[in-house]
Design a protein around this ligand. Structure first.
Ligand code: F6R
Length: 245
C-alpha cells in the first residue's frame, strides 16, 4: 500500500485529484468508481478546475458510484445522484449516459442492485475506486458486521451512520434508513483503490483498519488484502497510523 500524508485537507484533495487525473490521462476510457460525502468534495473541485483549464477530458470516461439512499429521488438535495451532478458531472464533458448511480426510487431495490452489478460487469469492472471511510470503519455503506462476500446490495444503515449523516438533513428522522451499496466484493474487484481520509475523527478508524486484524467489524480492514491501494490523508487522520508504522 502506498501512503501519502499531507499537511491538510486541501493538500489531500490535490494529491487525490492528481492520482485520478493520471488515471484519466493514461486511460481516457477508464471506469471510475466514485464516492460522495464530505471527504472527496475538494478533489472534485480540483478536477473541475483542471478540466476548465483544458487539462482533462471526460468524453470517454464512465463512472459508477458506490451507493445511494433508498427512497430519495435523484433530484433530492441529499441524494448521491444530486451530489455527483453538483460536484462533478454538471461541470465536465462527461456523457450523462456514462454515469451510473443506483436509482433511489427503484420500485424493487434488490432488483436494482442486481442490475447495477451487471452494469459494472458489462463495463469490464472498475479501474480505480475512490473511497472515503466512516468513523466506524465503513466503506460504501458496508457497516461493521456486514458480510465481506457481497456485491451491490440493500443495507440497513447503522445508528452511528444515521447519526453522522443527520447533519445533512432537516432532522434525524429525515435520514433514510436504508441504502443500496456496492459490497465489499465489488470494491475488492476494482483494479485500484484510492482511499481518502481527513480529520482527527477518522484517526482511530484508519489506525484500526491498517494495524488490526482483517475483520468484518472494521470493514475497511479488508483493504489490507487488496493488491493496489493508495491511501491519501491529512496529518490529522493519518498521524496515529504513521506513528505506529
Ligand atoms: C460515500 C460513502 C461513505 C463515505 C463515508 C465517509 O459514497 O460511501 O462510505 O465515504 O461515510 O463520509 P465523509 O466523507 O462524509 O466523512
Amino acid at each position: 500500500m502506498k501512503i501519502y500524508m499531507t499537511e491538510d485537507y486541501q493538500a489531500m484533495s490535490r494529491k487525490a485529484a492528481n492520482i485520478l487525473s493520471a488515471q484519466i490521462i493514461l486511460k481516457p476510457n477508464s471506469v471510475l468508481g466514485l464516492a460522495t460525502g464530505s471527504t472527496p468534495v475538494g478533489m472534485y473541485k480540483q478536477l473541475v478546475i483542471w478540466y476548465e483549464k483544458g487539462d482533462l477530458d471526460f468524453a470517454e470516461i464512465k463512472t459508477v458510484n458506490l451507493d445511494e439512499y433508498v427512497g430519495l429521488e435523484p433530484t433530492h438535495e441529499q441524494s448521491y445522484r444530486h451530489f455527483m451532478q453538483e460536484h462533478l458531472f454538471d461541470h465536465v464533458n462527461i456523457n450523462p449516459a456514462n454515469t451510473n448511480v443506483p436509482d433511489g426510487l427503484a420500485a424493487d431495490p434488490k432488483a436494482e442492485c442486481d442490475w447495477y452489478n451487471q452494469v459494472i460487469h458489462r463495463m469490464g469492472g472498475i479501474d480505480i475506486q475512490v473511497l472515503g471511510m466512516g468513523r466506524n470503519g465503513h466503506i460504501g455503506f458496508n457497516e461493521p458486521g456486514d458480510a465481506f462476500e457481497l456485491e451491490t446490495h440493500v443495507v440497513d444503515l447503522a445508528e452511528s451512520t444515521i447519526e453522522a449523516n443527520a447533519r445533512f438533513f432537516a432532522s434525524r428522522d429525515d435520514v433514510p434508513r436504508q441504502a443500496m451499496s456496492m459490497g465489499i466484493k465489488s470494491i475488492m474487484m476494482a483494479k485500484k483503490i484510492l482511499l481518502m481520509v481527513s480529520g482527527e475523527d477518522k484517526a482511530d478508524a484508519v489506525y484500526k483498519a491498517f494495524t488490526g486484524p482483517v475483520t468484518p467489524q472494521v470493514p475497511a480492514s479488508i483493504l489490507q488484502l487488496h493488491p493496489y491501494v493508495t491511501l491519501v490523508g491529512d496529518k490529522a487522520a493519518l498521524g496515529k497510523l504513521m506513528e505506529a508504522k
